[in-house]
Design a protein around this ligand. Structure first.
Ligand code: OAD
Length: 237
């Protein structure tokens, strides 16, 4: 039997009910930190210690966070559908909830790699990436090749190496689900446009969404409740 394909695009809102701050809501991370300082390649060149501290804090916060019912419901879709999760989140809550096919567009908090001043903006070698779990990294922590370790995060000013795989997943989707993203950051924000003409697109978000497209149904609720509505819609088809 051919299973239907669901491609899910998630943002910070899916992890909000796990206690992880979003970026652009009131009291979000960008209200308290400058994006330039902690999330751009220029910030890394100016003050790497500040950036390492920022991601050490994020890792510590993640260690005590747990997947919520929305992560679990997204993982549960795999019982009946062929699911790919494309996430802008750098946390590992989709993995911990049981999702098996996950594309991390903006990198992963629990991974690091050696910095490479000549190539970081354009990419890196996958073989140089490794897991550090929830531990800290500091200036002077070096990779086997002698280079400073840096977070495996896509910063503003850097390429998004996984975008082709994400486009492919959206193009192949029979149903697209978008959860908890303000759709402000490209290229992720434009991904839904690659969905086929007859692919319905469901967006779960308690706030207005900045996109208008006849394929879109807005489920105006938080992720955990919105996933219940989404599952009811799937069951009614
Ligand atoms: P944002 O903070 O921009 O948007 C979060 C979205 O989640 C908003 O639309 C909220 O209304 C919604 N939201 C809040 N609470 C929610 C809940 N309980 N359930 C469902 N939705 C909820 O976060 P992103 O769109 O993920 O990139 O931000 C995109 C990128 O901007 C991030 O990956 C990060 C940031 O700069 C990098 O750092 C490279």
């Amino acid at each position: 039997m051919n299973r239907k394909r669901i491609t899910v695009l998630t943002g910070a809102g899916v992890s909000a009910e796990s206690g992880i701050s979003t970026f652009r809501d009131s009291n979000g991370l960008w209200e308290n930190y400058s994006v330039e300082d902690v999330a751009s390649i220029g910030g890394w060149y100016r003050n790497p210690a500040l950036m390492l501290d920022f991601y050490n804090m994020r890792r510590k916060e993640l260690a005590s966070a747990k997947p919520n019912a929305a992560h679990v419901a997204i993982a549960g879709l795999e019982k009946e559908y062929d699911v790919t999760v494309v996430t802008q989140n750098v946390d590992n809550l989709h993995e911990r909830a049981g999702s098996t096919r996950i594309i991390h567009l903006h990198g992963e908090l629990t991974k690091v790699r050696p910095e490479d001043r000549y190539n970081d903006r354009d990419g890196f070698s996958e073989e140089s990436v490794f897991d550090i779990g929830y531990s800290e990294i500091h200036l002077g922590d070096l990779a086997p090749d002698g280079a400073q370790l840096r977070p495996h995060i896509v910063w503003f000013g850097e390429a998004v190496p996984k975008i082709e795989a994400a486009i492919d997943a959206v193009e192949r989707a029979d149903i697209m689900l978008i959860v908890g993203t303000s759709l402000q950051v490209y290229p992720a924000a434009g991904l839904y446009r690659y969905a086929k003409n007859n692919t319905p697109i469901y967006i779960i978000d308690p706030k207005d969404v900045p996109v208008a497209d006849s394929r879109i149904t807005h489920i105006r609720n938080v992720a955990t409740k919105g996933m219940e509505t989404f599952k009811n819609i799937l069951n009614s088809k």
